[in-house]
Design a protein around this ligand. Structure first.
Ligand SMILES: NC(=O)c1ccc[n+]([C@@H]2O[C@H](COP(=O)([O-])OP(=O)(O)OC[C@H]3O[C@@H](n4cnc5c(N)ncnc54)[C@H](O)[C@@H]3O)[C@@H](O)[C@H]2O)c1
Ligand SMILES: [Zn+2]
Length: 396
């Protein structure tokens, strides 16, 4: 019998806008992102979701949004309903209720596929509301305003979303490129120390596997990052975002059909550590530990030098991460380290054979397909012993 092969491709274009004070009445970034049509005379409508953590620190935000939309009505943009607040953090991703919350609001307000959902918040809110929005009418347009460091340099930029289910991170999710992302540095000012720091681990991660010069610069600026220097953080976010976006848009597998997942370096254990700690560890904090573990594992494999591994751990320590957590010592009923279940979940999530990104020297990587638990134990023992030298990580 004959086969009839079909093939099509769909181009995607989206902009990352960098601004400050997005909802100042004279700021038109969001108008440009919503692309209202001048021809048909109908306004482009939007539902707005706000992370309650963001709102707590920016209590005037809802009012500013109302004022901003009123000021830009003549530009053809309109609020479809009053902005809604959603619980911030991972807890939102642990409950499917958010899907119906977004769906119900879209239904009640006549949201169509030409309308927008504007999502303002940390990575968890972007992931959970974005997942809900991606299911309504098989996907309504999304504009993301990431409000944490991690979300501005990583989570908010990607083409995927998700919620947690059955004790597995992002078990449900879709690939849905955003219509636009707006990075507004003003939101970073209100972050607490942990959420300020958490995203730095993603920058260290991507530097290790893609850009040796960026790792040098992070080492040189670790103290400024630790001291909450906003221009340094904006620089880091821009550089980290560029590396992530370059990978997503140019590496040839935006919807992750293969098993290779370079941007998930250090994440097989990080995702497990988040779950084992019952989300006491933020994603970025778990990633710092995961990157430290896999860097030491890469040292055991002879892929990076002891000096490089030490420098990576020193940078992470210098910006304030704790690199050991008690959940690393948890064991399952058979006496095996509980974190190792992350390997199996990671393999399953990727499909196909186990594929872990590992540095091959600093600034490049290649995948490995086997995992040696004895080397892992040695890497963990090194991590437990790690004592930062009393020196700047920039000086070798
Ligand atoms: N989709 C992707 O490609 C992708 C990539 C990386 C990470 N992620 C996901 O992102 C999530 C982590 O995101 P995160 O690090 O932004 O943490 P988060 O979303 O859990 O937010 C951390 C805390 O900060 C609060 N917050 C947010 N913005 C604030 C602000 N401006 N001021 C004060 N508080 C604020 C939140 O309410 C929350 O309590 C994880 O669920 C992770 O799986 C997704
Ligand atoms: Zn991550």
């Amino acid at each position: 019998m004959p086969s009839f092969r079909q093939s099509f491709s769909v181009p995607y274009t989206f902009d990352l806008h960098v601004t400050r004070d997005c909802f100042a009445p004279d700021n038109d970034t969001l108008v440009r992102a919503m692309k209202p049509s001048r021809e048909n005379g109908r306004p482009v409508r939007a539902l707005v979701y706000i992370d309650e953590g963001t709102l707590r620190q920016n209590p005037k935000l809802v009012q500013q949004i109302h004022v901003w939309f009123a000021a830009h009505e003549a530009d053809g943009v309109q609020l479809a309903a009053a902005p809604e607040t959603v619980t911030g953090g991972e807890v939102l991703k642990n409950d499917l209720a958010i899907v119906d919350k977004v769906g119900r609001a879209a239904f009640d307000n006549g949201i169509c596929r030409h309308s927008y959902v504007i999502i303002i918040g940390g990575g968890a809110v972007l992931d959970a509301v974005g997942f809900g929005a991606s299911l309504v009418h098989r996907g309504i347009r999304q504009i993301r305003l990431p409000t944490t460091v991690l979300a501005q340099c990583d989570a908010g930029l990607g083409v995927k979303n998700g919620v947690n289910r059955f004790g597995s991170k992002n078990f449900y999710g879709t690939f849905t490129p955003p219509s636009a992302i707006i990075n507004d540095a003003r939101f970073l000012e209100s972050l607490d120390a942990r959420s300020w720091r958490a995203g730095i681990s993603e920058a260290v991660k991507v530097a290790i596997i893609k850009d040796a010069a960026f790792l040098d610069q992070l080492a040189a600026r670790a103290e400024l990052l630790h001291a909450r220097d906003l221009p340094t953080m904006e620089w880091m976010i821009q550089a980290c975002a560029t590396l992530h976006l370059d990978h997503i848009t140019k590496a040839g597998d935006p919807f992750e059909q293969g098993s290779s997942r370079p941007l998930d370096f250090g994440h097989w254990s990080a995702h497990r550590l988040e779950i084992l700690s019952q989300h006491r560890l933020l994603h970025g904090e778990a990633v710092a530990i995961g990157v430290a573990i896999d860097s030491l594992y890469a040292l055991e494999l002879g892929r990076i030098t002891a000096e490089d591994a030490d420098r990576i751990l020193t940078i992470l320590h210098a910006v304030g991460f704790r690199l050991w957590d008690e959940v690393l010592d948890l064991r399952d009923a058979a006496g095996r380290r509980a974190v190792l279940a992350g390997l199996e979940q990671f393999r399953e999530h990727l499909g196909g054979e186990l594929t872990l990104a590992m540095p091959a020297g600093i600034g490049s990587r290649s995948d490995v397909h086997t995992f040696d638990e004895a080397l892992f134990e040695r890497a963990l023992a090194r991590l437990r012993r790690f004592k930062p030298a009393a020196r700047n990580p920039a000086t070798p």
